[in-house]
Design a protein around this ligand. Structure first.
Ligand SMILES: *[C@@H]1O[C@H](CO)[C@@H](O)[C@H](O)[C@H]1NC(C)=O
Ligand SMILES: *[C@@H]1O[C@H](CO)[C@@H](O)[C@H](O)[C@H]1NC(C)=O
Ligand SMILES: *[C@@H]1O[C@H](CO)[C@@H](O)[C@H](O)[C@H]1NC(C)=O
Ligand SMILES: *[C@@H]1O[C@H](CO)[C@@H](O)[C@H](O)[C@H]1NC(C)=O
Ligand SMILES: *[C@@H]1O[C@H](CO)[C@@H](O)[C@H](O)[C@H]1NC(C)=O
Ligand SMILES: *[C@@H]1O[C@H](CO)[C@@H](O)[C@H](O)[C@H]1NC(C)=O
Ligand SMILES: *[C@@H]1O[C@H](CO)[C@@H](O)[C@H](O)[C@H]1NC(C)=O
Ligand SMILES: *[C@@H]1O[C@H](CO)[C@@H](O)[C@H](O)[C@H]1NC(C)=O
Length: 268
């Protein structure tokens, strides 16, 4: 190869590389013109979350993960619908991709009675390492006499039905053995909120209420499935509400099917 063709060859490689990656500068903070940033109460809502009442102006697209649409209530509370139930979003941490949720039904209950296990189905969410599960058994008609029930759930002085709380997994050691109970619900709380209680059934009975009201943490997965290709190409994942299909929104605002990388033939 001559010097000239060597130089040309090198130049064209550089050109391909820069054009392939031209858009892949920063996926963590999209510009607000592409993906709106809004404030609901004291929660910043931005990619991959979005507000259901707002869609990006480019046709009917929204910018964010399909299941991460949030509502901002009249009282400026941020709300998310999971398959199991509806939750307040009390914190979104964009640095470590985590979100704190509180069951909407229990917040004003003196003695919070969670009714449903959290179901994440196939959402790109998982329980955080910061969580610990509490196991509640409600209205049990059989139980060992020596265990203290949760006082605030007692129905009058009728001692026939009792409710119990344990750190999930510890109940066997403490005496649980297939009691007859009306309901069993596993509730995630933040470890930090109960770390002072976990050694003592009595402290847990007194302390679970405030821990449950402080909620639990979920981590979200970045760039799942189709979305990974798009984010890796510098785009932002979105969804066409009319087309009912995943889309990829590129830095220049255009909407493509999968990836913002240019020459798809030469790039991978
Ligand atoms: C990406 O964005 C973060 C946060 O805004 C910033 O600190 C970082 O320097 C950016 N990285 C690049 C490659 O632009
Ligand atoms: C909600 O937030 C908006 C915008 O910051 C503010 O104008 C409004 O007064 C707030 N509403 C309530 C009920 O706090
Ligand atoms: C996420 O970041 C916050 C501080 O911004 C920290 O308190 C928390 O422990 C972090 N969570 C994880 C799972 O690292
Ligand atoms: C809590 O329960 C959920 C749902 O069953 C499970 O996925 C999660 O791993 C549990 N967390 C801990 C800390 O055991
Ligand atoms: C226990 O049963 C009673 C009577 O059906 C009901 O009113 C109460 O809410 C139940 N308690 C719990 C904690 O589920
Ligand atoms: C919640 O999960 C526990 C343990 O996984 C299960 O035993 C219980 O039946 C579930 N409760 C409800 C109400 O689905
Ligand atoms: C969604 O897009 C995929 C390819 O990106 C295509 O195969 C599929 O037919 C589209 N679905 C609809 C409902 O348009
Ligand atoms: C925007 O960028 C995408 C991907 O890089 C490209 O396919 C599209 O043609 C560009 N659109 C405009 C209007 O420049």
């Amino acid at each position: 190869m001559s010097k000239l063709s060597q130089t040309l060859f090198t130049l064209s490689i550089i050109l391909i590389i820069t054009s392939c990656y031209a858009d892949s500068s920063n996926t963590t903070s999209p510009s607000s013109s592409l993906c709106p940033i809004s404030l609901c109460g004291n929660i910043f809502i931005r990619y991959p979350f979005w507000i259901k009442s707002q869609t990006i102006n480019t046709r009917d697209q929204f910018c964010g993960y399909p299941d991460f649409g949030l509502e901002c209530s009249k009282s400026n509370k941020t709300i998310i619908n999971l398959p199991s139930d509806t939750y307040y979003v009390t914190d979104i941490n964009y640095d470590n991709s985590s979100i704190t949720l509180v069951d909407i039904d229990i917040l004003d209950q003196k003695c919070p009675r969670v009714r449903k296990n959290v179901t994440l189905s196939n959402l790109p969410l998982s329980f955080s390492k910061l969580d610990l599960n509490l196991s509640f058994y409600f209205n049990c008609s059989s139980y060992p006499p020596y265990l203290d029930p949760i006082g605030c759930f007692r129905v009058s002085n009728d001692e026939k039905l009792r409710s119990y709380v344990f750190v999930d997994g510890d109940e066997g050691e403490i005496g649980y053995d297939n009691w007859k109970c009306e309901d069993h619900v596993v509730v995630s709380v933040k470890v930090d909120e109960v770390s002072d209680f976990v050694g003592s059934v009595d402290d847990l009975i007194n302390g679970f209420g405030s821990a449950v009201k402080r909620g639990f943490v979920l981590d979200w997965r970045k760039g799942f499935e189709d979305c990974a290709k798009c984010e890796n190409s510098g785009g932002y994942c979105g969804y066409g509400q009319e087309s009912k299909n995943f889309t990829c929104i590129c830095g220049n605002g255009s909407v493509v099917a999968k990836s913002c990388k240019k020459g798809t033939f030469l790039c991978f």
